[in-house]
Ligand binder design. Structure first.
Ligand SMILES: Nc1ncnc2c1ncn2[C@@H]1O[C@H](COP(=O)(O)OP(=O)(O)O)[C@@H](O)[C@H]1O
Ligand SMILES: [Mg+2]
Length: 213
C-alpha cells in the first residue's frame, strides 16, 4: 500500500467537500484504504476549536486566529494524519496549512515568515503529496456557499478579503507547481472529479516522495 497525503484547498463554496466526497467514493470502489478528515476539526480538540473559529459572534485578531488553526492542525497531525499515513493509507484532508498562508497571510496580512515557522513546528514538516486547488471567483463561491444556510464568520468577511485569499492560493501554487493541481472550479463537478482522479492515480503509481515524509 502506498501512503499518500492529499489536501483540498480553495475559497468557500469552491467545491472542496464535494470533490473530496467524490474521490473517497472512487477510492472505496477501487479498494484503496483511505482516511477522510478536515481542518479545522478532525479530532475532539479540533472540533471544539472549529466551533470557536466559525462563530459569527466572536471578534478575533489575526494572530490568535492563526494560533487556533495551528492548535487544531497540531492535534490533527499527531492524532489522525501521521497514524493513517503510517498505516499506508491515502489521506484526504479538507483544507490544511496552505489555508493559513492564504487566509491569515494574504487575507489578514500576517507575515508569512512567522506563519511558515509556526506551521513547520506544528506539522513537523508534514507536507501534502498533492494539493488540489479549486480556484474560483470569490463572489461565485460565496453565492454557492450561501445556499448552505447562515454564513459563518469567514463567509461574512468582505469580498476584498476573499480576493486577497484567492491571490494568496494562486501565489502558493505558482511557487510549488509540482505539488499543486490548480483547477477551474467553475467547471462541472463530474469533469473536475475526473481530473482529480487522474492526478491521484499518477501519484499513487509514484508513491510518496522521501522529502514529503
Ligand atoms: N463544480 C460545481 N459546479 C457548481 N456547483 C458546485 C460545484 N461543486 C460544488 N458545487 C455546489 O457548491 C456548493 C458548495 O460546495 P462545497 O463542496 O460545500 O464547497 P466547499 O467545501 O469548497 O466550501 C454546494 O451546494 C455544491 O453542491
Ligand atoms: Mg466544505
Amino acid at each position: 500500500m502506498t501512503p499518500l497525503f492529499l489536501t483540498f484547498e480553495g475559497p468557500e463554496g469552491a467545491g472542496k467537500s464535494t470533490q473530496l466526497r467524490r474521490l473517497a467514493v472512487r477510492l472505496e470502489a477501487a479498494g484503496v484504504a483511505h482516511t477522510v478528515t478536515r481542518e479545522p476539526g478532525g479530532t475532539g480538540l479540533g472540533t471544539r476549536v472549529r466551533e470557536v473559529l466559525l462563530d459569527p459572534a466572536l471578534d478575533m485578531d489575526p494572530l490568535p486566529e492563526f494560533l487556533l488553526y495551528s492548535a487544531s492542525r497540531a492535534q490533527l497531525v499527531r492524532e489522525v494524519l501521521r497514524p493513517a499515513l503510517s498505516r499506508g493509507e491515502v489521506v484526504l484532508c479538507d483544507r490544511y496549512a496552505d489555508s493559513s498562508l492564504a487566509y491569515q497571510g494574504a487575507g489578514r496580512g500576517l507575515e508569512s515568515g512567522l506563519l511558515r515557522a509556526v506551521t513547520a513546528e506544528v506539522t513537523g514538516g508534514l507536507t501534502p503529496d498533492l494539493t488540489v486547488l479549486l480556484d474560483l471567483d470569490p463572489a461565485l463561491g460565496l453565492h454557492r456557499a450561501a445556499q448552505r444556510g447562515q454564513p459563518d464568520r469567514l463567509e461574512q468577511a468582505d469580498l476584498a478579503f476573499h480576493e486577497r485569499v484567492r491571490r494568496g492560493f494562486l501565489d502558493l501554487a505558482r511557487h510549488e507547481p509540482e505539488r499543486f493541481l490548480v483547477l477551474d472550479a467553475a467547471r462541472g463537478e463530474a469533469e473536475l472529479s475526473e481530473a482529480i482522479w487522474q492526478a491521484v492515480g499518477e501519484r499513487l503509481a509514484q508513491g510518496r516522495q522521501p522529502t514529503a515524509s
